[in-house]
Design a protein around this ligand. Structure first.
Ligand code: AMP
Ligand code: MN
Ligand code: MN
Ligand code: MN
Length: 277
C-alpha cells in the first residue's frame, strides 16, 4: 500500500502550537506515515520529533522552512531531508533569526506608535521556541481583543500597509537553496499559490530556483485551491521539478488546516519522495 506523506508542518520551535512529540502523535493518529517537521528558520525540534516518530512507528523527515526575499516578496523555501548538523545551514539560519530578533523589536515599536502597548513582551509569552514570528504577535493581539481571530488580526495589523508591518530583507533564494543542498537536503518552494505572482514572475522564480539547484514545488498545500494545484502540477512538468505535498499544519487552533487532510498529488506529478528509501 502506498504511504501517506505530509511534508510541511510546524511545532512550538517556531510558530506552531504543539510540541514536536505531540505533533508526531497527531500525525500518527491522522494516518500519516511520513511527516516532515519544517519549522521556520530553526531545526531545534528535529531531535525530539525523530525520537517521537521512532516511538510511534512513523518516519520523520528532518526539515526546515527558510524565509527568503526574492525581488520584493517573501518566499518560503522548504528543505527536506536536511542534516541539521550542517554548519553552513546553521550559520545561515542564525543570521535569519538575528534579523527576526531585530524585526520583532521593530514590530513592537510600530505597534506602540499606533496605540498598542506591550506587544513585544506579549508576543514573547507565546513564543516558546527559537524565534518570534508574526503569528506570536497575532496571538497577543487576539488575546487583547484587537481582532476576533488570527486571520483577521493579520489583515488589520500585520500585512503590507498595516501598522505592524516591517519591510525587510530575509536571505536570498540562492543562499537558501545552497544551505539546504549543502546540508544534503532537497529544496522545495512552499505554497507557491500564496504569493499571487503573475505567470511571468512565477516562471522567472522557477527558472532562477532551478538554476541555483532547487528540486521541487509544493503542488498540494492547504493554501491551494484545486486550480492552484493543477497550475503547480503544470509548472512541475514545464520546469522538470519534483512535486511535494504538505499541509503547513500549525496546530489545532488553526481549525481550517489539518494534518494530512489535503488531496493526493495529481497523477502527472513525479513525487519528491520517488527515490527515497
Ligand atoms: P513571519 O515568518 O514571522 O513573517 O510569519 C509568517 C507566518 O505567519 C506564516 O508562516 C503563517 O504561519 C502566518 N501567517 C502569515 N499570513 C497569515 C494570515 N493571513 N493568516 C494567518 N496566518 C498567517
Ligand atoms: Mn508559520
Ligand atoms: Mn510558509
Ligand atoms: Mn509553513
Amino acid at each position: 500500500m502506498s504511504r501517506i506523506y505530509d511534508l510541511h508542518s510546524h511545532s512550538i520551535v517556531s510558530d506552531g502550537s504543539l510540541t514536536p512529540t505531540a505533533l508526531v502523535a497527531r500525525a500518527k493518529s491522522r494516518g500519516i506515515d511520513v511527516l516532515a517537521l519544517t519549522d521556520h528558520d530553526a531545526t531545534d525540534g528535529l531531535l525530539e520529533a525523530g525520537r517521537a516518530a521512532d516511538d510511534e512507528g512513523i518516519t520523520l523527515v528532518p526539515g526546515v522552512e527558510v524565509s527568503v526575499t526574492w525581488n520584493g516578496p517573501t518566499i518560503h523555501v522548504v528543505g527536506l531531508g536536511i542534516d541539521p548538523e550542517c554548519s553552513a545551514l546553521q550559520e545561515g539560519l542564525k543570521q535569519i533569526r538575528e534579523f527576526r530578533h531585530w524585526r520583532a523589536g521593530e514590530i513592537g515599536r510600530r505597534l506602540a506608535a499606533n496605540g498598542v502597548d506591550g506587544a513585544l513582551e506579549g508576543a514573547k509569552k507565546f513564543a516558546t521556541g527559537a524565534l518570534v514570528s508574526r503569528t506570536h504577535f497575532a496571538h497577543f493581539l487576539v488575546e487583547r481583543g484587537y481582532a476576533k481571530d488570527i486571520r483577521q488580526v493579520f489583515k488589520r495589523y500585520l500585512v503590507h500597509n498595516k501598522p505592524g508591518h516591517v519591510p525587510g530583507q530575509w536571505t536570498s533564494l540562492e543562499n537558501a537553496v545552497s544551505w539546504i543542498n549543502q546540508a544534503g537536503g532537497q529544496a522545495v518552494i512552499a505554497h507557491p499559490g500564496r504569493y499571487r505572482l503573475t505567470a511571468t514572475k512565477m516562471r522567472q522564480l522557477l527558472s532562477e530556483f532551478k538554476d541555483c539547484g532547487g528540486a521541487g514545488l509544493e503542488v498540494v498545500s492547504s493554501a491551494h485551491s484545486d486550480s492552484d494545484c493543477m497550475t503547480m502540477a503544470r509548472y512541475c512538468q514545464q520546469f522538470n521539478l519534483l512535486a511535494s505535498r504538505g499541509s503547513d499544519y500549525h496546530g489545532p487552533e488553526h481549525a481550517w488546516v489539518e494534518l494530512g487532510k489535503i488531496p493526493a498529488l495529481p497523477e502527472t506529478c513525479r513525487p519528491i519522495w520517488h527515490n527515497w528509501r
